[in-house]
Design a protein around this ligand. Structure first.
Ligand SMILES: Nc1ncnc2c1ncn2[C@@H]1O[C@H](COP(=O)(O)OP(=O)(O)O)[C@@H](O)[C@H]1O
Ligand SMILES: O=P(O)(O)OC[C@H](O)CO
Length: 496
């Protein structure tokens, strides 16, 4: 019983990672699955794909490591957040494809709720903004648009869940309908202060509360699965960004992590007090242990690593992401090319879904190297936007902050050095870059009794590199000023 199976069900792929008794990742299996775009701004996943790729990668990783279920002490599940599923309580059949967090179809519902004066109550209760990003309006959409759904929901025949909850249901053969507090906190129908579903918001959205899962701690009993060839308990659950926060051991107020994948999500631990943002950040639950929530401020950037993908697939100036380093180093130091990568609008702290990207400062001499440097820099600038908003929101967060980074793009030394330079604060990269999976593996392993407690786990967090700021203050401010001007100009230009 010396392994933990971590499942990371993400937006574009499902991954299963096996951790040994020393909390080291020893084997990985991964499968991508199709994205469905049935209309402009709509994004769906087939629930059968979510389950099949999860089950298959879990089987594969155990087969690759040559271990059986009797050697797995527990399963931890982490997941793309907010993505919404509704299914029949008896048959388990889903009523509709999963509506993905990126899906904008409920923008009108959000606009209506805002116009009718509900935004303040909803933000105060849930910590979130009225945006289609979150689950609540997606559940309403399914109940409004699938024939007979609301009647079945009122009769107690339907179940709602985020992806973690759906997978738990599948793993346990429909015996457990539960989620954890971090996933509940992303639904727009959960009262993050009281730690219970909000009857008022459910009523407003006409969502029968009989559909809702039980909300448990992040390290808790979520049932036992028999689908992997033997019985294994599910003992840890957290949304992926919260799992990364846990994996980075950001357990003290003031600690902050930023995950650089396709997008970027930064979370600042604010302790046991939920801080209401004045700068359009989200207030969310970082984790919940023993019924007690720890809160975080969260900033979400939609385009981080995706700007590098654009250099590769859109502009064709690189063949792989790693080439950006040499290009950025070769860029002309006197050119000031700035890219605002608002390909799908801008996220926090701007929340401008309709604006589109722009490039500034081009000269006759601007080429691939200047574009590559500007692309990498855009990630640093956007992070500074978030960090400044966080510091403005949370007075005790003033001062020197060390940022812990992870995700695929954190492998880029050049980007991480620029990040430290533009923040004027150190950036720490951990030894284990599988931070999201590590977080949820630790939850499950701690619950199973094979991993250390929180203090010991935090003490074991190890850094592989620290990037210290080297840019003079004057130059930092000058460059950031250029970025701010570029964003202001981009926001001022209506999308075509
Ligand atoms: N060396 C690198 N330099 C710059 N960007 C990189 C590098 N390696 C990976 N990336 C970027 O990181 C992203 C992949 O990170 P990952 O954490 O796997 O993302 P996701 O989980 O969102 O798919 C890609 O967008 C890729 O362009
Ligand atoms: O699956 P990812 O890594 O793109 O993460 C998605 C986030 O959880 C959305 O809030």
């Amino acid at each position: 019983m010396s392994y933990i199976l971590a499942i990371d069900q993400g937006t574009t792929s499902s991954r299963a990672i096996l951790f040994d008794k020393d909390l080291q990742p020893v084997q990985v299996a991964q499968q991508e699955f199709p994205q469905h775009f049935p209309a402009s701004g709509w994004v769906e996943h087939d629930p059968a794909d979510l389950w099949a790729t999860t089950e298959q990668t879990a089987r594969d990783v155990m087969a690759k490591a040559g271990i059986g279920p009797e050697q797995v002490a527990g399963i931890g599940i982490t997941n793309q957040r907010e993505t919404t599923l509704v299914w029949d309580a008896d048959s388990g059949e889903t009523l509709h494809n999963a509506i993905v967090w990126q899906d904008r179809r409920t923008a009108d519902t959000c606009a209506f709720l805002r116009a009718s004066g509900h935004e303040d109550m909803i933000s105060e209760t849930t910590g979130l903004l009225l945006d289609p990003y979150f689950s609540g309006t997606k559940v309403k959409w399914i109940l409004d648009n699938v024939a007979g759904a609301r009647d079945r929901a009122r009769a107690g025949k339907l179940r709602f869940g985020t992806v973690d909850c759906f997978l738990i249901w599948k793993f346990t053969g429909g015996r457990v309908h539960a989620t954890d507090a971090t996933n509940a906190a992303r639904t727009l129908i959960y009262d993050i202060r009281k730690g219970e579903w909000s009857a008022e918001i459910c009523d407003l959205l006409d969502i029968p509360m009989s559909m809702l899962p039980e909300v448990r701690d992040c390290a808790a009993d979520f049932g036992v699965t028999g689908v992997l060839g033997g019985e294994i308990p599910i003992l840890g659950v957290a949304g992926d960004q919260q799992a990364a926060t846990i994996g980075q051991a950001c357990f003290m107020p003031g600690m902050m992590k930023s995950t650089y994948g396709t997008g970027c999500f930064a979370l600042l631990n604010t302790g046991d007090v939920p801080v209401r943002s004045q700068n359009r950040l989200l207030t969310t639950i970082a984790y919940q242990f023993d019924g007690k929530s720890t809160y975080a401020l969260e900033g979400s950037i939609f385009i981080a690593g995706a700007v590098v993908q654009w250099l590769r697939d859109g502009l064709g100036i690189i063949e792989n992401a790693g080439e950006t380093q040499a290009l950025a180093e070769a860029a002309d130091p006197v050119q000031d090319v700035v890219i605002v990568p608002a390909f799908t609008g801008l996220g926090a702290p701007y929340w401008a879904p309709d604006c589109r990207g722009a490039v500034f400062g081009l000269t006759r001499g601007s080429g691939p190297a200047e574009f590559a440097r500007a692309a990498l820099e855009s990630v640093g600038y956007q992070t500074r936007d978030l960090v400044q908003a966080m510091q403005a929101d949370w007075a005790s967060g003033q001062g020197r902050t060390t940022l812990r980074v992870d995700g695929g793009m954190a492998a880029s030394d050049w980007t991480m050095q620029f990040l430290a330079d533009i923040l004027g604060a150190p950036v720490d990269r951990p030894e284990v870059l599988e931070t999201t999976a590590l977080g949820v593996a630790w939850l499950a392993g701690m619950r199973a009794g094979i991993y250390p407690d929180r203090e010991e786990f935090a003490a074991g967090w190890a850094r592989s590199a620290r990037f210290e700021p080297r840019l003079p203050q004057f130059e930092r401010d000058r460059r950031y000023g250029r970025w701010q001007a570029a964003v202001a100009a981009t926001l001022g230009v209506p999308a075509g």
